[in-house]
Design a protein around this ligand. Structure first.
Ligand code: AMP
Length: 244
């Protein structure tokens, strides 16, 4: 059983790395921001309550997020453990979490604020299925369209410069003290999140004593083939990508 928390500033790759860990190690990936966004997108009662708070870049109330985490973990579908992303973000949430669950480690993805803006502004989310993309290193096959469901790719409502500034302030004020709590308990491994994601994932595994990460071998040739195909003229003499 492995139970991890992944922390880091906006755009530091929490979602990406928790998904990679979870997929490979059979862990349940709990993305608190994803659950909150799902509620907003699906117009649930909770979604109506939290929409404005999220759009303004403030933290949603502790009661609400603690309830979400409690309910999610109460499903007990995490036979091999979990990796939780985006929680805890306040001292109260950390205390609640530590009272209720024991954890094996906290992965802290360290990224300077100067790099945050570039990464966050390049983020896109599928309006249909919620899959996320980065125009820096994880672009969709067809510009503006989701590879998985063909949905429209849009920026997140809270990924604007103004809201990002607020979120960074919230992070430094409320979430940094959480790291201090975890550090006192010697749970934290700090990982430089600037290198390419494969390298970062490898470092996470090494630091936690987990099996090495093997990036899918097919991914790179397939990507190369796709790019080559996109560069060929299509039937109507347009690039194949545009002719599709
Ligand atoms: P994220 O996707 O992790 O960047 O989270 C997006 C937004 O969801 C944040 O700006 C907050 O408004 C809200 N949020 C996510 N996790 C939490 C949390 N643990 N506590 C309070 N608000 C949260």
């Amino acid at each position: 059983m492995r139970k991890y928390v992944i922390m880091g500033v906006q755009g530091s790759g929490k979602g990406t790395h928790s998904q990679l860990l979870a997929a490979d190690l059979d862990l349940v990936n709990i993305g608190v921001g994803d659950i909150l966004r799902w509620n907003v997108q699906n117009h649930t009662k909770l979604g109506a309550q939290i929409r404005r708070t999220m759009a303004a870049g403030a933290l949603v109330g502790d009661d609400v997020v603690e309830g979400i985490v409690r309910d999610r973990l109460a499903q007990h579908d995490w036979n091999y453990g979990f990796v939780i992303d985006g929680f805890p973000r306040s001292v109260r949430q950390a205390e609640f979490f530590l009272e209720s669950y024991d954890i094996d480690g906290v992965i802290y993805l360290d990224l300077p604020d100067s790099e945050v803006q570039r990464r966050v502004m390049a983020r896109r989310l599928c309006a249909g299925c919620g899959m996320d993309y980065s125009l820096i290193d994880n672009s969709p096959r067809e510009e503006g369209r989701c590879d998985a469901c063909g949905g429209e790719l849009v920026p997140r409502e809270d990924d604007t410069e103004e809201v990002l500034a607020m979120r960074l302030r919230e992070y430094h004020q409320k979430t940094n003290p959480v790291l201090d709590i975890f550090r006192r308990k010697e749970y934290v491994v700090t990982i430089d999140s600037r290198p390419p994601k494969e390298e970062v994932q490898q470092t996470i595994r090494a630091r936690l004593g987990l099996p090495a990460y093997h990036p899918p071998a097919a991914a790179r040739p397939a990507e190369a083939a796709r790019r080559a195909e996109a560069a060929q003229p299509g039937e109507a003499g347009q690039p194949a990508e545009a002719a599709r």
